[in-house]
Design a protein around this ligand. Sequence first.
Ligand code: PMP
Length: 437
Amino acid sequence: EFDLPAREAKLIARRDAVLGASYRLQYRRPVHFVRGEGMWLYDPDGRAYLDFYNNVPSLGHCHPEVNAAMADQAARISANTRYLEPRLVDYAERLVDTFPEELSRVVFTCTGSESNDLALRIARLASGGEGVIVSSYAYHGTSAAAAAVSPNLGDAVKLSPFVRMVSLPGPAGIPESQAADFFEAQVRSAIRDLNRRGIDVAALLIDSIFSSDGVWVDPPGFIAGGVAAVQDAGGLVIADEVQPGFGRTGTHMWGFERHGIVPDLVTLGKPMGNGFPIGAVVGRKAPMERFGAIARYSNTFAGNTVGIATADAVLTIIQRDRILENALAMGRRLRAGLEEMAKQHPAIRATRNAGLFIGVDIGSAETPSSDRRAMALDVVNAMRDDGVLISTTGANEDALKVRPPLVCQAEHVDLFLATMGRALTTIGGEASSQEHV
Ligand code: PMP
């Protein structure tokens, strides 16, 4: 159907034969990259694509200093956590220093899924409960326990009697002035419903920018009442920082800080190693100690010296290069450009952002939801063909998900906006002839 070069068509056929259906390719015309540098990815013919999607290399692809730290440590030793290793302790201290003082303990993992899986174990042990409350289109990971609390995956949640989903005020159309009350009422009703079935609440597990629900960031603080309700009921609050963490929101290192809350456990992943697989659970002393005393946690690769050296370099660069300030400034520029564009293009229904995590609802309120989804997909694919990478999110997949590396500059933001303006004209939304640069 699409004019893929023979080289890519052959590779797709071989992938399908050996990897099968659970491996999906992004974009109608899949992309093949051989090199990454900063904001850019390059295909075998040397064509450059502007990456406004990957939040793992948040300091930019193949950051030379991060790579040097990784290679240097790999050339010395990759020790595990059963040996004395000062770098492990140094980094653990530096990491917990970026959190409110109540959050003083850390356990390392290799992925966000492992972090959530471990946090659920800790929460269940510390609370004595089993029930978990999540947002209605959340994704928290791929292990059996994390998948069971990820409604985004389809049938997983329906199978678990221990999981309750809460609606978010934004997608439910609740005005911001009532958002906090709405969310708290949802959480209280979920706790009651669990209790009626003889289940105590173990955890409220939330990604504070609700990335897979469609990026619902406002108003800051709207989760606070729901958080307090769970803590009052003896449950733990787990902030999943895999998406908002390490400065993406611009105003704070951690997404939960935007909401003025202190969770009991925090789960980390993706950008922690700028591409090296490393994650962590950071938490309050009491539940972490209780878990350590009763249970055993051994993870062969987690906290190995190469991962720690890499994550240490990442943290140093975030702090030294004022990455949060840049994320805030570039996020503002991007949002302002989108708001301008929305005046010209009726296809933009709404825009939202916290720093460099941006959601753009596509399709007018009158557009049927399946058409909106198709329009959003058309925009994503038109932009890919024009050399800019983004994707979609939300229960209806009709919001654009825009998450550039945090080192992006004004020229990249402007190129993104110009490309998106062109893409909107190709999907048939009425547009003025104005350039959106
Ligand atoms: N939590 C959230 C909010 C995520 O977005 C993801 C990954 N997309 C995960 C957890 C799981 O992380 P990983 O893929 O590293 O296991």
